[in-house]
Design a protein around this ligand. Structure first.
Ligand code: PEP
Ligand code: MG
Length: 578
């Protein structure tokens, strides 16, 4: 038996068999010159690779017809047509003869060129084809380079997934029904994979450095996502203790759920709003189950992260509508796509040296006005079905906000011209998650209907510590005096202009800091749905007077260590463990 402790990233306890998944990176494409007399051999290699790829896609297509949607099956049908497209093959042969470069490079070069051309087309159908081309060429490349891939979507047994790192797109598309727990070398509590694990209620421990070297396939694991403990091949006593912990965890959740219909109101009558963060439309049901008073953050970018698919206007419209209808009159804040960073759109964004400081969120949207307006139109059209709000991610200054508002106005007039109805007076807010936005919150408040503070990024950018990198995880302290001063500035700036200050970063769902956030004047808290009852319990047990005193003391503190011990001590004193 071995024990490890990592970052507790998604609560819950799981027992199960390890599945160690070591994902290969997409390989470097070899590039070398060939002689004229090698052209035929290279060509024959390609034809063989195409035959193998066709066989593989046929199997996938049959499976899609049986087990998935018609839409999925149609994608594979389109891939088959491309693989067998003689014009495309001729183009490759001409380039092979002309440039005398190896076949892998030739295929890669042409596909990339065609995909880029299609991607810049205003026609959504062409853009969709660009993703297909990249997919098909990747499959051919795998065959040429003899790479076999296992997709997490193919998991067919219950496992505890052990990985070095997991991109949010992979987490989104894995067969979640069979992933009972997640253990990872990389990552931290605010990495997007952790956020997804919480959304899917999968217990997760992250940031374990080299746990993939310590665990073998088939090892029995206990994963405690609340304490961060991972036990490999536990003995009987540990197993018995784990069974007890699982029962206690269930009971605690049931007790907390009893608070579902009670208001989040302090002892002296201050009402806060507790909302849910969601990543996929289906989570809206769960939000209601935990008593959310709206969706404070719908991370719409997850619609764009399924490989081989682009989310066109209709698909987006249906997704937004689904959430709005599920939530009825309750407000739903749709954040426009925050792609980039660890949520790269591989076909559109390419490689960046420093993606977290690069083409992310509103920057990417403003650079792709057609894509952005497609999203805005989809949101506007859906807005007749519920109480919609729009929010822009990673605003760094007033210019970006104004530019986004101009495009929103253009999307409105496009809807009018096309005869689409939409709700008037949709509130539009800015996420405050970049230090420059926090410093100019008073200016941004002039142009915003509300603020939502993204502490995950605000902490990352204030402390200059990558939120997904376990080596600098210790620096990502949301109670650092620098962050607390920013929070106070943002909330005060909002209130001075008479707008609401919400928070949708993970800090909003941490019950230990709830009294501090109340004391700073926060109006709305948006979090993983399952955290709502715990935060509500705290709010219902404190008075604003006490919270203000606590916030003042925290703001006077000179170190995060002091603030952390202040808030935990305060909580233990006011909410002694039963
Ligand atoms: C944040 O940065 O706090 C936030 C809520 O946005 P995301 O986690 O999606 O970056
Ligand atoms: Mg963010």
């Amino acid at each position: 038996m071995k024990k490890f402790t990592g970052i507790p990233a998604s609560s819950g306890i799981a027992i199960g068999k390890a599945f160690v998944y070591l994902e290969e990176d997409f390989p470097e494409i070899p590039r070398y010159s060939i002689r004229k007399n090698q052209v035929e051999t290279e060509w024959a290699r390609l034809l063989k690779a195409i035959v193998e790829a066709v066989e593989e896609v046929q199997v996938l297509q049959e499976r899609a017809v049986r087990e998935m949607s018609k839409e999925q099956a149609d994608i594979f049908a389109a891939h088959l047509l491309m693989l067998e497209d003689l014009d495309f093959q001729d183009q490759i042969k001409d380039r092979l003869r002309g440039n005398l470069q190896n076949i892998e490079w030739t295929v890669w070069d042409i596909s990339h060129e065609v995909a880029l051309k299609l991607m810049s087309s205003p026609d959504p159908l062409f853009r969709e084809r660009a993703v297909d081309i990249s997919d098909v060429s990747r499959r051919i490349m795998d065959k040429l380079l003899s790479i076999t891939r296992f997709s997490l979507a193919d998991l067919d047994q219950d496992v505890i997934l052990v990985v070095h790192d997991l991109l949010p797109s992979n987490a989104l598309n894995m067969n979640k029904a069979h992933v009972k727990g997640l253990v990872m070398d990389m990552g931290s509590r605010t990495s997007h994979t952790a956020i997804l694990a919480r959304a899917f209620n999968i217990p997760a421990v992250l940031g374990l450095s080299d746990i993939t070297q310590e665990i073998n396939n088939g090892d029995r694991l206990v994963v405690n996502g609340g304490t961060g403990e991972v036990i490999v091949n536990p003995g009987r006593p540990e197993l018995a203790r784990t069974e007890n912990a699982i029962s206690a965890f269930r009971k605690m959740n049931d007790d907390l759920l009893a608070l579902r219909n009670l208001p989040a109101e302090t002892l002296d009558g201050r009402r806060a709003l507790l909302k849910a963060n969601i990543e996929v439309p289906e989570e809206a049901d769960q939000a209601l189950r935990y008593g959310a008073e709206g969706i404070g953050l719908y991370r719409s970018e997850f619609l764009f992260l399924t490989p081989g698919k682009t989310a066109e206007e209709e698909e987006q419209y249906e997704a937004y509508r689904h959430v709005l209808k599920t939530m009825g009159d309750l407000p739903v804040t749709i954040r426009t796509m925050d792609v980039g960073g660890d949520k790269l759109l591989p076909d559109l964004q390419g490689d960046e040296k420093n993606p977290l400081l690069g083409w992310r969120a509103i920057r990417f949207s403003l650079a792709h006005p057609e894509l952005f307006k497609t999203q805005l139109r989809a949101i506007l059209r859906a807005s007749v079905d519920g109480n919609t709000r729009i929010m822009f991610p990673m605003i760094s200054g007033v210019e970006e906000l104004e530019e986004a508002l101009v495009l929103l106005e253009e999307a409105r007039s496009e809807c009018r011209n096309l005869g689409y109805a939409f709700a008037e007076n949709i509130e539009v807010g800015a996420m405050i998650e970049v230090p420059s936005a926090a410093m100019t919150a008073d200016i941004l408040a002039e142009r915003s209907d509300f603020f939502s503070i993204g502490t995950n990024d605000l902490v990352q950018y204030t402390l200059a510590a990558d939120r997904g990198n376990e080596r600098v995880n210790y620096l990502g302290q949301p109670c650092h005096p620098a962050v607390l001063r920013f929070l106070q500035m943002i909330i005060d700036a909002a209130h001075r202009k008479g707008i609401r200050a919400a928070m949708c970063g993970e800090l909003a769902g941490d019950p230990a800091v709830t009294p501090l956030l109340l004391g700073l004047g926060l109006d709305e808290f948006s979090m993983t749905a399952s955290s709502i009852p715990q935060v509500k319990r705290i709010i219902r047990g404190v008075s604003m007077e006490q919270c203000r005193v606590l916030a003042e003391e925290a703001l006077r503190s000179t170190s995060y260590r002091h603030v952390n011990s202040l808030v935990t001590g305060w909580l233990a004193e006011h909410f002694p463990p039963a």
